[in-house]
Design a protein around this ligand. Structure first.
Ligand SMILES: Cc1cc2nc3c(=O)[nH]c(=O)nc-3n(C[C@H](O)[C@H](O)[C@H](O)COP(=O)(O)OP(=O)(O)OC[C@H]3O[C@@H](n4cnc5c(N)ncnc54)[C@H](O)[C@@H]3O)c2cc1C
Length: 453
């Protein structure tokens, strides 16, 4: 029994079948309608995708119950009570209840009853997207979600103001040079920026900032972080800190209950939600958790704002003693800062406006390969005089990080007849997330075609 049909719960169900579990699998999800790819919600706001495009693949051998919530867990009887008033038995329960938007404690945001006032919303579900109405949108929070959402709404022709307390958006990931380029890009799109300011009070249709500035809004969209959804686990007496506490195989303090994804302790595992799903499915089918898992140790962030390439590898900063390579070309909106260890391996990087370099550096970073001698040639995307050939990616290398598609899965799909980037996307869903791996997939097509010619 899986509770929660977000991307990670859905993935657990799919991997259980993949690894040969042949008993019944039931998945309860509070949201009505089929499971969907949550990270693509901004594409609904700008109209570039429809709800159908976001749909995750159907899993014919899984008993999905959409629009049904788990209301309680009876650990002694191993039963889940549902909002549909039934009691469902389980042998193993997997909690994948995700996270909910965290809204700041700004006076006036809620009624005395605790409900949000009309027009205020977070952005976490398809339903939240339908709450975004009117021409004037104020987005609170200049993290990735706030920036991507503000840009998407602007593309849709709304008047958008982004309010962020830092000196520039994404200030916890970017240095000042990259931050200045991002600020300039957003301003160029027509996003109004209120930087260094915080929301001080809300009234219907009006927001006052700390300096008394008043902004008018039809929708006030709070992109101000998330908190693990742990109510069910806590009520059942499981060990919870900020999130549900789990080990590497997702085991909670009850051996019959696992937990995965955003409902687990943030930072408690170096595994991504995808990797947790794989680890749980393997462990439940007796396969053991592979040692190679832990892409979370080499975090790669790519902003999804069309027309702007911006990526951060690692923490973007690097450590003391690192060799620092910087490249600035502000007139062309290009900037890179690389931090290299004494062996010439990339520890961290921030890049804007350099798509080819970002693709190459991401591969070198995730495979922990030293950079070629000519860093400038690499940054400019020219064929670099290499000290050796770029390593061929191993089968377990993740090429599409949004959908966790490995090179091995792409090779399998190619061998089964998917012989173009589009056919590979259809077969594996690679490229259908943020789209930033399209060039990598095309490169692999050339590599595959060469080896099967
Ligand atoms: C717009 C957007 C962009 C994002 N971009 C990125 C990104 O680029 N990279 C990244 O790593 N992450 C990104 N995220 C975060 C990413 O979406 C989450 O990490 C991911 O969705 C977590 O999946 P999950 O299945 O653990 O939880 P969720 O997606 O939150 O799903 C949990 C599900 O459980 C259901 N549920 C909860 N309680 C119950 C209950 N009691 N009974 C039944 N069902 C229940 C909920 O309704 C929900 O459907 C983004 C998120 C958003 C909204």
């Amino acid at each position: 029994m899986i509770v929660g049909g977000g991307p990670v719960g859905h993935r657990v169900a799919e991997r259980l079948r993949h690894h040969g579990h042949d008993g019944p699998v039931t998945l309860l999800d509070a949201e009505p309608g089929p499971a969907y790819h949550r990270v693509l919600l901004p594409a609904l706001l700008d109209g570039s995708l429809t709800p159908a495009d976001l749909r995750l693949p159907d899993l014919p051998d899984v008993n999905f119950r959409h629009g049904v919530s788990a209301a309680g867990i009876d650990r002694r009887l191993r039963q889940v009570r549902t909002t549909a008033h039934d009691r469902l038995p389980y042998d193993t329960l997997v909690l994948a209840t995700g996270a909910r938007p965290h809204l700041p404690p700004v006076p006036g945001l809620r009624h005395a009853s605790g409900w949000l006032i009309d027009g205020v919303t977070g952005l976490r579900s398809r339903t939240d997207c339908t709450r975004v109405r009117g021409d004037d949108i104020v987005v609170l929070g200049g993290g990735p979600l706030g920036v991507e959402t503000a840009a998407a709404l602007r593309r849709a022709g709304r008047r958008v103001t982004l309010v962020h307390p830092g000196p520039y958006p994404l200030d916890d990931r970017l240095d000042a040079d990259a931050g200045a380029l991002l600020t300039r890009h957003l301003a160029g799109l027509g996003v109004e920026l209120e930087l260094g300011r915080v929301a001080a009070g809300v009234q219907p249709g009006k927001l006052s900032l700390d300096d008394e500035w008043l902004l008018a809004w039809d929708t006030l969209l709070c992109c101000t972080g998330v908190r693990p959804r742990t109510g069910l686990a806590e009520a059942a007496g499981l060990a919870v800190r900020t999130g549900v506490l789990v080990d590497a195989a997702g085991r909670t303090s009850d051996p019959a209950i696992r937990a995965v994804g955003d409902c687990t302790e943030p930072g408690g595992s170096l595994l991504t939600g995808w990797e947790q799903a794989e680890a749980v499915a393997r462990s439940l089918t007796g396969k053991g958790v592979p040692r190679g898992l832990a892409a979370g140790r080499r975090p790669v962030f790519r902003l999804r704002v069309p027309g702007l390439t911006l990526g951060v590898l690692g923490d973007g900063r690097g450590g003391g003693g690192d060799e620092i390579v910087t490249y600035r070309d502000p007139a062309r909106s290009r900037y890179a800062r690389l931090a290299l260890d004494p062996a010439g391996r990339l520890r961290a990087a921030v890049l804007t406006g350099l798509p080819q370099a970002l693709a190459t550096l991401t591969q070198l970073y995730t495979t922990d390969t030293p950079l070629p001698e000519s860093r400038l040639a690499l940054l400019l995307g020219r064929p670099a005089p290499r000290t050796g050939p770029l390593p061929e990616l191993p089968p377990e290398a993740v090429v599409c990080r949004c959908n966790n598609v490995t090179k091995g899965a792409l090779t399998e799909a190619w061998d089964s007849g998917a012989r173009t980037a589009e056919a590979l996307a259809e077969a594996t869903r690679a490229t259908t997330g943020c789209g930033s791996c399209v060039d990598d997939i095309r490169g692999l097509c050339r590599e595959f075609a060469g080896s099967t010619a």
